[in-house]
Design a protein around this ligand. Structure first.
Ligand SMILES: [Zn+2]
Length: 360
């Protein structure tokens, strides 16, 4: 009889403990897009923000966190960071991997080498490294490492909060991934009304995600022979000038501009030459949304692979939630577990004492 009572007590304590454990609390809400047509911001929101259609995606990202990841108002955010301090680095934007079969100033191998530069620039390493510092020795979320008030500063401004650094690393990778679809012919088509060549390279019309953008390991890609991005110089023109003479230029190939709905990812009103051919802009946008979700999935699976299921999932919770200390079992969980352990010890002691007294 006493044993049964003890079992009931233990079950009750376990249930109380579980109630204090982290749950999934995806918060819905309205976000201010600032009225700008900043494509990287809108694409990132469409793919990952809990506030829009992505709210039904696993591990969508809550409003304050997505504000920093995607950027907002005048803030570039993590995804926009390469446009502030890596504007002249072609690898950050997957530029200069241009190639057209036939008589062309560069070889396929040279173009592939530029693509590999881009992939190596984007790989996840930095974000994954920073992520571990969001948790303490016992796996608890560290408030000082996950706070977003004040908003994350950039790497150059010596930001040292682990969540900020992780989001910045991941956001910079996303920027290049998104540029790949806007700057390459992976998912588009040539203008059927004009001859094919450096001013109108063939389009590959391929789906997203692409096997080329595996940012987890060091695998070297084998791109399709006809893959091209655009050569970029300050005077970005068609036909190309300076070192881009006779080459496919960023100006000829990009699908950078148009309207994107940050809630649904719907694309309309393209304004670049290549983007206005057929549904090239819409294909680039839907490709980016699909690819951005794939990269987030890859990033999460790498976190679990590296830090184990418990810590990995706690890190993912802290990355996606605006109030990780309360939502992801930070110190409150540690306290709950300590109380639970204490109650179990007391109960055990009481049972032993009662037994000994009955024997005596
Ligand atoms: Zn870019």
């Amino acid at each position: 009889m006493r044993r049964r009572r003890f079992t009931v007590l233990l079950c009750l304590l376990v249930v109380l403990g579980l109630a204090a454990a982290p749950g999934s609390a995806a918060g819905f809400g309205t976000i201010d897009t600032g009225g700008q047509s900043r494509e990287h911001e809108r694409l990132t929101r469409a793919a990952l923000s809990c506030a829009g259609d992505a709210g039904s995606e696993p591990d969508c990202i809550e409003p304050v966190t997505v504000d920093y990841l995607a950027g907002h108002g005048h803030e570039f955010g993590a995804v926009g960071a390469p446009d502030s301090d890596e504007l002249s680095d072609p690898a950050a934007h997957c530029d200069d991997a241009d190639y057209v079969a036939g008589d062309y100033p560069r070889t396929r191998d040279q173009a592939t080498a530029s693509l590999v530069d881009c992939l190596n620039h984007l790989r996840f390493g930095e974000g994954l490294d920073s992520a571990q510092y969001m948790l303490g020795a016992d796996g608890e979320v560290l408030a000082a490492e996950v706070g977003l008030n004040p908003e994350c500063r950039s790497r150059e401004q010596r930001e040292d909060r682990a969540k900020c650094a992780t989001l910045e690393g991941f956001g910079r990778a996303l920027h290049g991934v998104q540029d790949f679809y806007a700057h390459s012919n992976w998912a588009d088509r040539a203008d059927p009304a004009r001859p094919v060549g450096d001013e109108n390279p063939p389009g590959l019309d391929l789906p997203a995600p692409t096997p080329l953008l595996d940012l987890r390991g060091a695998a070297a890609p084998g791109p399709p022979p006809g893959l091209s991005t655009g050569c970029f110089v300050a005077r970005d023109e068609v036909p190309g000038v300076a070192s881009c003479t006779l080459r496919v230029t960023h100006a000829a190939l990009n699908k950078d501009r148009g309207r994107i709905d940050p809630a649904t990812g719907a694309a309309s009103d393209p304004t670049t030459t290549r983007g206005m051919v057929g549904n090239n802009f819409a294909k680039a946008v839907s490709g980016v949304v699909t690819e951005t979700r794939r990269q987030w999935q890859d990033f999460r699976s790498e976190l679990v692979a590296r830090y184990g299921t418990d810590r990995g999932e706690r890190i993912i919770c802290a990355l996606t939630h605006d109030d990780p200390v309360n939502d992801c079992g930070g110190s409150s969980l540690a306290v709950a577990l300590a109380v639970l352990a204490g109650l179990v010890v007391v109960a055990l002691g009481a049972v032993l004492w009662l037994r000994r007294r009955r024997r005596a």
